[in-house]
Design a protein around this ligand. Structure first.
Ligand SMILES: Nc1ncnc2c1ncn2[C@@H]1O[C@H](COP(=O)(O)OP(=O)(O)OP(=O)(O)O)[C@@H](O)[C@H]1O
Ligand SMILES: O=P(O)(O)OC[C@@]1(O)O[C@H](CO)[C@@H](O)[C@@H]1O
Length: 312
């Protein structure tokens, strides 16, 4: 079984708007709604790939009920910790040019008792899981060490932790040596406090994280693909097929899902990378995050190019 942990789930709303301008009234052309938050997107893709998955995390209020209802409709197993606050709404407004503008609520405030229940649930689910995937931002009230605590706890029970988050929470979690991390390039820049990064500088960071004990590192680069590195095995630049993206929100989550599905099926290193990149590209063609078409992944998979890099 694979467990996905979303500490800050969301109802993802996508608005199609002709032209977005501050200070104006906008009439929405089309509205779509989906259960979201990064870990929930990972669960949706894993489910589509035929993996046995359970989605957990902290969920509350009417939005929380709605998220559970939407997951039930998709036949996705979930086992969330209920909290007293209201789960958030995340808005993505896409204009006629295809430019997306995201507005993300902070999420509810979590009490120490709610956090304790979350840790207990993670420990229980980890005992039944080969992989536990942690994705997304932290809701209010949680310490920046939240992922560090959870990664430590699940890896103690033998499951492998995969982490996709940003900022201080990411930095702190590195101390617990997650099995895999997947920041995007902006997140790496933010972690290092750098505006620009050369390929060599990305290589140095990857080396540093490997030395820390992280086995797999993927730095995703949007339409340009990803740099993926395995400790003691080297690094690759993976280039996706060129596509006309519809909505790339959730491509990172789809990448993580594809990668973990490959690992769970004991596929080769190259196959895991290609599958992940194909999933990311397939997601970018859908209106809703994580609702990829498996046939499209099979179509894209052989089109993903792998170039060996000499950065590690
Ligand atoms: N426009 C695109 N065309 C082809 N492939 C894409 C495109 N956008 C994303 N991908 C694929 O998906 C992967 C992940 O995308 P990206 O780097 O945007 O992740 P992210 O920023 O973490 O996304 P999110 O946080 O919205 O899930 C990329 O490495 C790439 O392989
Ligand atoms: O605030 P976070 O957790 O960093 O990001 C939340 C979010 O933008 O990420 C997903 C796409 O990756 C969306 O489903 C969701 O709304």
């Amino acid at each position: 079984m694979i467990t996905t942990v979303t500490l800050n789930p969301a109802i993802d709303k996508t608005y199609r708007i002709r032209e977005l301008k501050c200070g104006r009234i906008h009439r929405v052309q089309q509205v779509t709604e989906a259960p979201g938050g990064k870990g929930i997107n990972v669960a949706k893709v894993l489910h589509r790939l035929g993996q046995q998955v359970v989605a957990t995390g902290l969920i509350g209020g009417y939005n929380g009920q709605r998220i559970c209802h939407l997951l039930d409709e998709m036949h996705i197993n979930h086992d969330f910790c209920r909290v007293s606050g209201e789960s958030r709404l995340c808005l993505n407004m896409i204009d006629d040019q295809g430019v997306g503008t995201e507005v993300l609520e902070p999420g509810p405030a979590i009490s120490p008792a709610e956090w304790k229940r979350m840790k207990d649930k993670c420990a229980d689910l980890a005992k039944q899981s080969s992989f536990v995937v942690f994705s997304g931002s932290l809701p209010l009230g949680l310490d920046q060490s939240a992922y560090q605590q959870l990664v430590h706890l699940v890896q103690q029970s033998g499951a492998k932790a995969v982490l996709d988050t940003s900022g201080a929470a990411f930095r702190a979690a590195l101390d617990a040596c997650p099995f895999m991390v997947k920041p995007n390039l902006d997140e790496v820049r933010q972690i290092l406090g750098a505006n620009m990064l050369t390929r060599e500088e990305i290589g140095q960071v990857i080396q540093e994280w490997h030395q820390h004990g992280v086995e797999w590192i993927a730095v995703s680069l949007g339409a340009e693909g990803a740099i993926v590195s395995r400790r003691d095995a080297g690094a690759w630049l993976a280039i996706p097929p060129q596509i006309e993206a519809v909505n790339p929100v959730g491509s990172g989550d789809s990448f993580v899902a594809g990668f973990v599905a490959g690992l769970a099926e004991h596929r080769s290193l190259e196959e895991c990378i290609q599958w992940a990149v194909a999933c990311g590209a397939a997601n970018a063609l859908e209106e809703r995050a994580g609702e990829i078409v498996p046939d499209r992944i099979r179509e894209f998979n052989p089109q993903v190019k792998l170039v060996r890099l000499s950065i590690t």
